[in-house]
Design a protein around this ligand. Structure first.
Ligand SMILES: C[S@@+](CC[C@H](N)C(=O)[O-])C[C@H]1O[C@@H](n2cnc3c(N)ncnc32)[C@H](O)[C@@H]1O
Length: 303
């Protein structure tokens, strides 16, 4: 049965919120604190309507059940916050171009590769900002073994990012010279929009990936951007991620976090702070020859 159009009377009790929190926490590390009740209620009402259920208790039973696996994904998608914009926190792009790019250029000259990971990439603005900024500094990267992996738990943002078409209201942060070089004007439902040109699009691989699960990548990254993602996780979940990011980072690489995120005890993980919410491997870790890691993020010593 469909919910009536005015379904504002459908109430989410604190007990059901707590039970939904258990589901979202185990599935994606997402915290649904009691003070988020109104937000959860308003985001999940749409899912109730889509599934034809009339109470949050019935919805809870569905997402808890084996048969509810696909709805669980939709629930996580509805609960994630996908706010992002182009060239957010621009100091990280400067560090990338000033400190990592020169190393990558000499790596490339020796026949090596240059790899970046945007973890929690939302609609792709972060990954496309990285590409545009680096190609602006060094156009020859187009002919190098240079790739970006961009991942997110939310399938909706991944398909949006793959299409790479942004309504004009979303592209305000892009400097005009980069927009005219790397994007072409188009229309979406009659509204002005811009699409990334194919040469830029093909440098990025967008993939669905839940950071709580095993990471299937078998090589390390010269830079990892995981910005404004761990803020939605609790302390233990964040702490479980730091060693995994450490293992996934090349010896001279950088981990970039969002402005309100910190590695709690960087020393203990083998990180040092090397800029604003920027981490590099501590000296002893840099000499490590490990360049691959297993699925739980432990280095395996091969080079
Ligand atoms: C606020 S956006 C950040 C986007 C971009 N990194 C930025 O700073 O603008 C947070 C993203 O993290 C993703 N996310 C949340 N939990 C996740 C998880 N367990 N695994 C992977 N991505 C997750 C969300 O889907 C969302 O797109």
């Amino acid at each position: 049965m469909m919910l009536p159009e005015d379904d504002t009377e459908v109430e989410l009790s604190l007990a059901t919120l707590e039970a939904l929190h258990q589901v979202s926490y185990h599935a994606a590390g997402l915290i649904l604190a009691p003070e988020k009740a109104r937000m959860v209620q308003s985001r999940l009402r749409f899912r109730l309507r889509e599934t034809g259920l009339t109470t949050f208790e019935a919805y809870l039973a569905l997402v808890r059940s084996d048969a509810g696996a696909s709805e669980r994904r939709m629930m996580i998608s509805a609960l994630t916050t996908n706010v992002s914009h182009f060239f957010r926190e621009p100091h990280h792009f400067e560090i990338l171009a000033d400190e990592i790019l020169p190393l990558a250029q000499s790596q490339i000259k020796r026949g090596g590769r240059f790899r970046i990971w945007s973890a929690g990439c939302s609609n792709g603005q972060e990954a496309f900002s990285i590409v545009m900024h680096l190609l602006d500094r060094d156009p020859s990267l187009l002919n190098a073994d240079f790739r970006i992996l961009a991942t997110d738990i939310d399938p909706k943002v991944i398909s949006f990012a793959r299409a790479a078409i942004y309504p004009d209201r979303m592209i305000e942060g892009i400097p005009e010279n980069l927009r005219t070089r790397f994007m072409e004007p188009t229309l979406v439902k009659g509204q002005p929009a811009h699409k990334m040109i194919d040469t830029v699009r093909h440098l990025i691989r967008f993939k669905e990936l839940n950071l709580m699960n095993a990471w299937p990548m078998s090589h390390v990254f010269d830079a990892i951007f995981c910005r404004n993602v761990v803020i939605y996780f609790d302390g233990p979940t964040q702490e479980s991620l730091w060693p995994r990011f450490h293992a996934a980072l090349a010896p001279q690489g950088r981990l970039f976090l969002g402005h309100s995120e910190r590695v709690g005890n960087p020393d203990a993980v083998g990180f040092v702070i090397s800029g604003p919410t920027t981490y590099s491997k501590s000296q002893s870790q840099k000499s490590s020859t490990s360049s691959t890691y297993d699925k739980q993020g432990k280095t395996n010593g091969s080079s």
